[in-house]
Design a protein around this ligand. Structure first.
Ligand SMILES: [Mn+2]
Length: 370
């Protein structure tokens, strides 16, 4: 038996990301529309089982309109939907999960492992919920020769470290489980579909980045599993990506040059959809102390070309001395050398040489005898 599953987690509906700026409301709406986009893909893909590994909602205290929109979207699917409530949306008396859901939605309610058996799919889905009680972990072991497909849906930290509060799951627990696929949630960064023993497992990550700690493209997994095979594909649904980029401005002479340089880099690196992203540009390198670096100007100029840009100044300044000094001659020659470098590797090395050179003129570089 082979079945088609979809696996998502950490959607955090109702969150207001980027609270400090005007993006907040718009990003909240984009999270919702990426969620609905995923629902469309699940519907069109004729998925048998849709697994949601926790933090579907950002909080149990969520506006009822949001909850009814989710119920309506789920009711429109023929797919069975299985939810393992996470630490942000635990199963409590005031949780939205404690209300009536469409018939195709199954929600784990206990902090100990439970099971939904779907006979016609020859599948058992195991899982638990975060509750006001401590979560007792996701340890489960099924029979080795089980004819059924066994799936575990759980929200927690894997591999476990010292993060005992958030349902640690060890790799040996997964390996010993004889489960076919472990659908994880909680870590917002996606992993590939990994394997230990006969068990496949993955974190799909969140559906939209919610800040500069959640970089890159986001989405969910969809694919086919049996009790020996697992072929899952990542589907990107995020409308835009948070991205950070360090740009060395040592060889540039004005804020206008910096704008052009940064813009060219972004365009080259992120292709035709570069406009949609949310950038953190970190300016690095060494600039003379007379350089008037106008961060606001650079930000405004970039902002005309991309959805959002934040600029951080991490440059160091130096005193170039007068134009005939050995130091200033060295700096000019090194800058010229950097400008003419043909590849990134040699450019980086030359930038490092310039930096060390400037430091050595002020007696700050020591020979390391090791
Ligand atoms: Mn989460």
């Amino acid at each position: 038996m082979e079945i088609k599953i979809a696996h998502c987690a950490d959607i955090h509906l109702g969150i207001r990301p980027d609270k400090e700026n005007y993006l907040s409301r718009m990003r909240a709406e984009e999270i919702k529309s990426s969620f609905l986009k995923m629902i469309d893909i699940v519907r069109d893909g004729k998925v048998d089982l849709f697994l949601i590994a926790g933090d579907l909602f950002d909080d149990v205290d969520i506006n009822s309109r949001e909850v009814s929109d989710v119920k309506e979207a789920f009711a429109g699917l023929k797919t069975r939907i299985i939810i393992s409530p996470g630490n942000h949306d635990p199963f409590t008396v005031n949780s939205p999960y404690c209300s009536v859901w469409p018939d195709n939605v199954f929600i784990f309610k206990n902090n100990i492992i439970d099971c939904f058996e779907i006979k016609e799919l020859e599948t058992r889905v195991w899982g638990s919920a975060f509750t006001p009680l401590n979560n007792s972990g996701a340890r489960i072991k099924v029979k080795n020769d089980d004819k059924f497909i066994n799936i575990l849906v759980t929200h927690g930290t894997c591999p476990s470290g010292n993060d005992d509060l958030y349902n640690p799951i060890s790799l040996s627990d997964i390996k010993d489980s004889n489960i076919n696929y472990v659908a994880l949630g909680h870590i917002h960064k996606r992993t590939p579909v990994l394997r230990t023993g006969k068990t496949f497992y993955a974190y799909p990550g969140c559906l939209e980045g919610m800040g500069f700690k959640e970089l890159g493209e986001k989405g969910f997994y969809i694919g086919n599993i049996s009790n020996v095979t697992c072929k899952m594909n990542f589907i990107k649904v995020s409308k835009r990506s948070y991205l950070d980029l360090c740009i060395d401005i040592t060889t540039l002479n004005s804020s206008v040059d910096i704008c052009n340089h940064v813009f060219a880099k972004i365009q080259k690196k992120y292709g035709e959809n570069y406009k949609d992203n949310i950038y953190k540009i970190i300016l690095t390198g060494m600039i003379p102390d007379s350089f008037s670096l106008d961060i606001q100007y650079i930000k405004n100029k970039l902002q005309e070309k991309v959805f959002f840009a934040r600029i951080e100044n991490k440059t160091e300044t130096y005193n170039p001395d007068n134009s005939n000094s050995l130091k200033s001659i060295f700096i000019e020659k090194a800058k010229n050398y950097i400008r003419n470098c043909e590849d990134d590797e040699s450019r980086r090395t030359a930038q490092m040489a310039l930096r060390l050179g400037i430091m050595s003129f002020s007696g700050e570089v020591y020979h390391d005898e090791n």
